[in-house]
Design a protein around this ligand. Structure first.
Ligand code: GAR
Length: 210
């Protein structure tokens, strides 16, 4: 069975959706570990409640990103982790982790990439005035929110819609789509082939089918 590590820095709504899917036997794997760079993040409490181990670290205690990533990598290998799932992990990764998990690391982002990468995608889409935005899941390649795209969902922005309303709808779309992607990977229907993500027909339309 696939062993998954989730990396997160904040609220953890996606972590929760993945943990719930795992508890229901719908993830195609188990969540071995939460990796978090902020001890006070709500996601840490979510892990505790779900009975999932958390590896929480303080980046300022390390000389470099490579130093803490080396420790994380050792922990992932010790636990036999086969997929790293970034869920609101707000740090740029170095090749220490990106290369070790090439083709086995995915990210979710609250826009239709390559539009609006970075930390404030929802606000940027609203401020720009685009009429359609959405959610992207992609393999991680070491750039900022870049890498071969696995799946996207589009959402229309309502006239005069608030940031809170749009954020809520985006998070709901993310929470539905991410467990589907992890399951597709676990079942071998989603994989990386060079610079492209292969998503087989059997992976279905996503989110709603299981
Ligand atoms: C999600 O919207 C995710 O797409 C975003 O952080 C949020 C985390 O929410 N990630 C990025 O912006 C990556 N650049 P959550 O903590 O409730 O899962």
């Amino acid at each position: 069975q696939l062993r998954v590590a989730v990396f997160a820095s904040g609220q953890g709504s996606n972590f929760q959706a993945l943990a719930d899917a795992a508890a229901d036997g719908k993830l195609g794997g188990s969540i071995e570990l939460l990796v978090c760079d902020r001890a006070s993040a709500p996601v840490v409490e979510r892990a505790r409640r779900a009975g999932i181990d958390a590896w929480v670290f303080d980046s300022s205690a390390y000389a470099s990103r490579e130093a803490y990533e080396g420790e994380i990598l050792a922990e992932l290998q010790r636990r036999g982790v086969g997929l790293v799932v970034l869920a609101g992990y707000m740090r740029i990764l170095t090749p220490v982790l990106v290369d070790a998990y090439a083709g086995r690391m995915i990210n979710i982002h609250p826009s239709l990439l390559p539009a609006f990468p970075g930390m404030h995608a929802i606000r940027q889409a609203l401020n720009y005035g685009v009429k359609v935005t959405g959610v992207t899941i992609h393999f991680v390649d070491g750039g900022l929110d870049s890498g071969p795209i696995i799946a996207q969902r589009a959402l229309e922005i309502g006239e005069g819609e608030s940031e809170a309303s749009l954020a809520e709808r985006i998070h709901a779309a993310e929470n539905a789509l991410y467990p589907w992607a992890v399951r597709g990977f676990a079942e071998g229907r989603i994989s990386l082939d060079g610079r492209r993500a292969l998503v087989s027909a059997g992976a279905g339309a996503g989110a709603d089918d299981d």
